[in-house]
Design a protein around this ligand. Structure first.
Ligand SMILES: Cc1ncc(COP(=O)(O)O)c(C=O)c1O
Length: 430
């Protein structure tokens, strides 16, 4: 084993290629030595600004001192009992906190797990147990995880689904509204009705599952009129509405849950990622009567809702209060939108700048022609930015979206420095 001071990214890439399955992707050929707030340093000592946040996990930044202190304190007490064997207070407190935060004027209950995909799987299990129905309607471009059910729900084939089918049955895909790509709210709602006419009777559908802002799909915001229409169809047929807030939750969109901004409340919310500031925990929060449908022993998991994850999540909630990060999320979002619009003024390829709160993206087309998504330019800009010290991620059905998930704890100066690197990376393409 090499000592850290001798490590290089190239040497580690070579070792990785021999030792790690190639199916595990890697956006940048960089190995990290240290992260603090919105900055990272690689094994060669180079500094990077982090606009990726480990894919939306670090709304409170790398190693927030309060989160690290809470986790360290928890490590001193106990690390694992399995909540279903011996329970612990932080799990209950976290449930109480999230029940109070979730939208909807009805009693709520929660359950905790480990990953986003597990939260989605459990939301579907709970919806099936409550309704006694199997069907789930998801949406084109949606992303819900890498387990077989969540891949079935995911509305994008390559690279996620390629070679892994068949997927569980009773899953259908309706159109997600996307004005930029020619799908209106009416088109999307009609496509739901079409599924109920052509593919599955409404009385066999347990739930609709929708992201308030599609994450991997390209940062398209679900319009309020769409959510309202979906809820109308759901109510007519006794179908539940599940919000996948794995990426949008934990303050990213300017409210703790993005669905707080919906005109109607979802029955169930899946949450994960930033809720614990870098520690693995996920959850389902929702209507108490729905959450209680599965019988005792029907839900859980060995590591589900680990004490360390619960302690980290409670610390994240405290940091949000202490540092007023919901207001900060909205301010970061405005700053990013303004900065990205300024860059777009000089680069016609950037045909759209959009977002909700601090979940912000730009979409690139050849010469600004909406018929020609530009994945190649997207790839080059992201790579150039990394060379210049800014970590970005792309996303989208066409691979032509650059998304920003900078920690909400980043200073204005650091965000501006990142935006300048992005501007320089676009200029370098000429
Ligand atoms: C909206 C959404 N749902 C579910 C998932 C799956 O979460 P995990 O990777 O933690 O299983 C993700 C991950 O990116 C996501 O963005």
């Amino acid at each position: 084993m090499q000592r850290e001071s001798q490590l290089t990214n190239a040497a580690l890439m070579a070792r990785r290629q021999h030792a790690v399955a190639r199916g595990v992707g890697q956006a940048h050929e960089i190995f990290i030595a240290r992260g603090r707030n919105a900055e990272l340093w690689d094994v060669e000592g180079r500094r990077f600004i982090d606009f990726a946040g480990g894919i939306a996990v670090l709304n409170t930044g790398h190693c927030h001192p309060e989160v690290i202190a809470a986790v360290t304190d928890q490590l001193d007490r106990y690390t694992h009992t399995c909540f279903q064997v011996l329970a612990y207070e932080p799990y209950v407190e976290l449930a109480e906190r999230l029940n109070a935060l979730a939208p909807g004027d009805f009693p709520k209950k929660s359950l905790f797990l480990s990953t986003g995909a597990e939260a989605i799987e459990n939301a579907v299990k709970i919806a099936r147990a409550f309704t006694g129905r199997a069907g789930v309607i998801a949406f084109t471009g949606g992303y819900h995880g890498r387990t077989l059910l969540t891949l079935g729900l995911t509305g994008k084939v390559a690279p996620y689904k390629t070679g892994f089918g068949p997927f569980p049955g009773e899953v259908f895909h309706a159109l997600f509204p996307n004005e930029l790509h020619g799908v209106s709210v009416a088109d999307a709602l009609n496509s739901v009705e079409t599924i109920l006419k052509n593919d599955v009777e409404a009385s066999r559908v347990a739930a609709f599952i929708v992201e308030p802002v599609q994450g991997e799909g390209g940062f398209y915001v679900a319009p309020p009129a769409f959510v309202e229409g979906l809820k109308r169809i759901a109510d007519r047929h006794g179908i539940l509405l599940i919000a996948d807030e794995v990426q949008t939750g934990a303050g990213r969109c300017g409210t703790w849950f993005a669905s707080e901004q919906w005109p109607v409340a979802p029955d169930l919310i899946a949450t994960a990622k930033s809720m614990a500031g870098g520690f693995p925990i996920s959850g389902v929060v929702g209507r108490a009567d729905v959450m209680d449908a599965p019988g005792p022993g029907g839900l859980g998991g060995t590591y589900a809702g680990s004490p360390v994850g619960c302690a980290a999540a409670l610390a994240v909630l405290k940091v949000f209060d202490d540092e007023q990060l919901l207001a900060r999320s909205r301010a970061v979002g405005s700053r990013l939108i303004e900065g990205l619009r300024r860059i777009a003024e000089h680069h016609p390829a950037i045909a759209d700048v959009r977002g909700l709160g601090a979940m912000v993206a730009i979409e690139l087309f050849e010469g600004g022609n909406l018929a020609r998504p530009d994945a190649e330019l997207t790839r080059r800009v992201v790579a150039e930015a990394a060379r210049r010290g800014l970590i970005l991620l792309s996303c989208g059905t066409y691979g032509n979206v650059i998304r920003v998930l900078v920690p909400l704890t980043a200073s204005d100066a650091l965000i501006d420095e990142g935006l300048q690197i992005l501007a320089d990376s676009f200029a370098a393409q000429r």
